[in-house]
Design a protein around this ligand. Structure first.
Ligand SMILES: [Zn+2]
Ligand SMILES: [Zn+2]
Length: 293
């Protein structure tokens, strides 16, 4: 099969593009997404939250290309012994190669324990619930002062999040999904954006491999526990049988999002009495969980 733009061999049968034209097309789609949804402000520094994986290194690389000298990387070390040390090394290498400053913050320093230790005494709490809450907390805390906080979420992640919130009857959480987070009116929240919103997992994987980014493809050892794992599996099966399923979920969702936001988001945010970070009630989720572990 030949590339539709030149005579080279196509690497994806669905899009019919060769390596070079795939890379051009991928980068253009990320740029278009940034422009269309006004993800990056004209001025100010850009914080890219990274995990050291393919998605975050791809978005870090592209933001640093599109917005030179404005980007810093932030990595959260949860303290997952079988997973995190190698990704930290990948990130350090990447940042030194591309001359990007980075900041590493850890659960053990911030909360007194690694995630591995927390999970020994967690009771009924799910690993991903604890980890996700603390990660969001630290991302918000350490991206203060930046004009925007960027994450590497891709189209697959987002289709999963939409479906998950539907299936769990969580309309308020559903209204918070999207290329650009809501709740920008309060200074306690740093705007979060997702430039890879229109790129599938497969495309990001292909891009990171073609660009020869050094990423270990180690998955978080706790990931299988999550409800999201089931959704992901089902969605992948549906996509295989009915190509376009994931994109259709995203497109419909984006059409509904303005109305959803009007109805469900904002309004409820307070300031945590214990730490001063944003909270839904009197104490934030992080401070509530800390008491239990
Ligand atoms: Zn080509
Ligand atoms: Zn708090």
């Amino acid at each position: 099969l030949k590339c539709k733009k030149c005579s080279q061999k196509a690497i994806f049968s669905s899009t019919r593009l060769c390596e070079k034209h795939f890379i051009d097309d991928f980068e253009k789609r990320v740029k278009d997404c940034v422009n269309k949804y006004e993800l990056i402000p004209e001025k100010g520094r850009i914080c890219v939250a990274t995990s050291g994986g393919k998605d975050s290194l791809t978005v870090l690389y592209l933001m640093n290309n599109f917005f030179p000298k404005r980007v810093d990387a932030l990595l959260i070390d949860e303290g997952i012994g079988r997973y995190r040390p190698s990704t930290i090394e990948d990130l350090k290498l990447f940042c030194s190669q591309h001359k990007i400053d980075y900041n590493i913050v850890s659960f053990s320093k911030e909360f007194g324990k690694t995630l591995d230790k927390m999970l020994e005494v967690r009771g009924k709490l799910k690993a991903c619930a604890i980890c996700g809450t603390f990660r969001r907390y630290l991302l918000n805390k350490y991206s203060k002062g930046y004009s925007v906080s960027v994450t590497g979420h891709n189209l697959d992640d987002e289709a999963q999040a939409i479906l998950m919130n539907l299936l769990k009857n969580q309309p308020a959480q559903l209204a918070r999904v999207g290329p650009k987070s809501g709740m920008t009116s309060r200074k306690e929240f740093v705007q979060r954006v997702k430039p890879l919103y229109m790129c599938t997992e497969k495309e990001v994987l292909a891009y990171s491999m073609l660009k020869k980014f050094k990423v270990g493809f180690v998955e978080c050892p706790y990931a299988l526990e999550a409800y999201r794992g089931d959704i992901r599996k089902q969605l992948d099966e549906l996509e295989f049988k009915h190509p376009g399923t994931k994109k259709n979920i995203i497109y419909t969702f984006l059409k509904m999002l303005p109305e959803l936001r009007k109805k469900f988001s904002e309004g409820t945010s307070n300031i945590c009495e214990l730490c001063g970070e944003p909270a839904a009630g009197k104490a934030c989720n992080a401070c509530t969980i800390i008491k239990e572990i």
